[in-house]
Design a protein around this ligand. Structure first.
Ligand code: ZN
Length: 280
């Protein structure tokens, strides 16, 4: 009964607050959404409208957020959960949007239990039990099938955090094999760590070799942007992500040149944030 009422209220809201045609046509024409069927595009449009209803976007440092900017952000954010259901994003509420890269000071605990503080300049950050922070400049440059996408990266961390601290081990769906997931990702991760140690060419951004949480988030970016890079070199990881996201971007996207290094396109001021615990 409750889910029936929930569905009814959602349907009523969406009917009354659709994303405008003009904005939607501009957003859906971006390369990231290539190959989606008409039904999938319709579903994405509804999910994006619902996302904007359920999540608050707080603009920082004088950034003015237009309706078009909101839709571009939302459409990218809901692509990973298109077939998972919106519930996958239920446990957080806010996005903080900066004009460009921002500076954070974070505390983290190392393997020996020692607490450290570090400063980082970031394009995005997903906070455990907290908001997602994003640089608008990078959000705007993300949907171009170049192998990096800050929105998908940070929201992959949020999916990972559904089972606690981010560790590359998100809750899997019924029928998925935890052993197959672990085997595929740990083989890929150790291979990337080896390439990083040797300074060798990697088809995948070596930020994935930082830790298993980043490995999952970076592979998620490639999955939606340049899936051929994963399918060519880490087919077992592609198979696991296909099951996890319940999508097959390989079947819908063109093969594009993949970019071996992470080169965020960013500009705008760097903003100082207070220190927090929990980061990804
Ligand atoms: Zn990350």
């Amino acid at each position: 009964m409750f889910s029936f009422v929930k569905r009814y209220l959602r349907k009523r809201y969406l009917a009354r607050h659709p994303i405008s045609d003009t904005i939607w046509q501009q957003v859906i024409a971006l390369p990231l959404f290539t190959g989606l069927s008409a039904a999938e595009k319709g579903q994405l449009r509804e999910q994006a409208a619902w996302f904007l209803h359920k999540k608050s976007i707080t603009a920082i440092d004088g950034l003015e957020v237009t309706p078009g900017m909101r839709v571009l952000l939302a459409a990218q954010a809901v692509l990973p959960v298109l077939n998972l259901g919106f519930d996958a994003y239920d446990d957080w509420h806010e996005i903080i949007l900066y004009p460009g890269l921002f500076r954070t000071r974070d505390r983290y605990t190392d393997h020996f239990g020692l607490v450290h503080e570090r400063e980082q300049i970031l394009a995005g950050q997903a906070r455990s039990n907290g908001p997602v922070l994003l640089s608008w400049a990078d959000v705007a440059e993300s949907a171009w099938l170049e192998g990096w996408n800050v929105v998908i990266h940070e929201f992959a961390h949020k999916l990972d955090m559904r089972s606690g601290d981010p560790n590359g081990d998100p809750p899997l769906h019924k029928g998925m094999s935890a052993a197959a997931w672990k085997r595929a990702f740990s083989n890929a991760y150790h291979h990337l760590v080896m390439l990083a140690d040797r300074g060798e060419y990697s088809p995948i951004d070596l930020y994935a070799a930082e830790n298993p949480a980043e490995c999952f988030a970076v592979f998620s970016e490639y999955f939606f942007e340049t899936p051929h890079a994963i399918a060519d070199h880490y087919p077992a990881v592609y198979e696991q992500l296909k099951q996890f996201y319940k999508q097959d971007p390989l079947a819908r996207l063109p093969r594009v040149r993949y970019r071996p290094a992470f080169e965020p396109v960013s500009y705008g001021p760097v903003v100082q944030l207070p220190a927090v615990a929990g980061w990804a």
